[in-house]
Design a protein. Structure first.
Length: 274
């Protein structure tokens, strides 16, 4: 298991066959197994990239992309000898992704991922909206009205602007927003607080899981939305409970995220019923 905010379990699916990954993901989640994970990542062979990443939620459904999972997949693959490359491509349901490792004394100390261009088109996010883009629009959530935007990297995110994330009742508002009817596929919720041009704070409600210590894709989503609002620059340190990620939205529209990844548990999972 590796983590930077999110905790996913990683399995080499090149040297072994995993026949029921959805069921396995249910069993290794904190609801069923006790390791405490946000889901399962399989590292598989790819015909178009160096590796393929398949990611499964704790409820067994397959997800499209996760920024932290992507970076940790890269570290896992290098650490366990699946690849000896320090820069390579990863196939995901959310598209072709690029990763680059910083290695010192044989150890990966930083992982940078280029996760492509964000989608704002309401059909692609998707959002039930009369506008082409769901950008900085009011949403009623229980007793509050938030200004929210929606975008996607293959998995939908809603960025909600707040004045102070530290005292926000994420566990109250997160699940309500996740299940609002305007988001027919449910959504991840990034509560974002601008601090200054190069610094923002976030807290993340991950759909189907709850509040997480951090989310790489959520960090990127927050930077893109707040930059479009004129509230931060293109190069930003994003502070979240799980640590700080460095995010850059370059002038070609590509988003880079960089930071360490941690091995928090290492072992074998044996279950003869799968």
């Amino acid at each position: 298991m590796q983590a930077f905010g999110n905790d996913y379990v990683y399995i080499d699916a090149i040297s072994q066959n995993i026949e029921q990954p959805g069921l396995l993901s249910k069993k290794i989640s904190d609801r069923h197994f006790g390791i405490g994970s946000d889901g399962l990542v399989l590292i598989c062979p790819s015909e178009t990239c160096d590796l393929r990443m398949r990611i499964f939620n704790p409820d067994g459904t397959e997800a499209q992309m996760c920024g932290n999972a992507l970076r940790s997949t890269a570290k896992f693959a290098y650490h366990f000898g699946i690849t000896d490359k320090t820069a390579f491509t990863v196939e995901t349901m959310g598209g072709r992704q690029y990763v680059e490792l910083t290695v010192k004394d044989g150890q990966v100390v930083d992982v940078e991922a280029i996760i492509g261009r964000p989608e704002f088109e309401a059909v692609k996010v998707p959002v039930k909206s009369d506008r082409k883009e769901f950008f900085h629009q009011p949403i009623q959530v229980a007793d509050r009205v938030f200004q929210a935007s929606a975008l996607s990297w293959g998995n939908p995110h809603t960025v909600v602007l707040v004045e102070d994330v530290s005292c926000l009742a994420v566990e109250k508002y997160g699940p309500i927003i996740e299940h609002l009817q305007i988001f027919p596929e449910r959504t991840n919720v990034t509560f974002a607080q601008p601090v200054d041009e190069g610094h923002i704070k976030i807290r993340e409600w991950e759909r189907g899981t709850g509040e997480t210590l951090g989310c790489g894709t959520g960090c990127c989503s927050a930077v893109v939305v707040l930059h479009r609002l004129g509230l931060c620059g293109r190069v930003v340190d994003v502070e979240q409970p799980g640590g700080v990620l460095h995010v850059e939205w370059d002038r070609e529209g590509l988003v880079h995220m960089k930071g360490p990844s941690y091995i928090v548990y290492q072992g074998e999972f044996v279950d003869e019923t799968i």
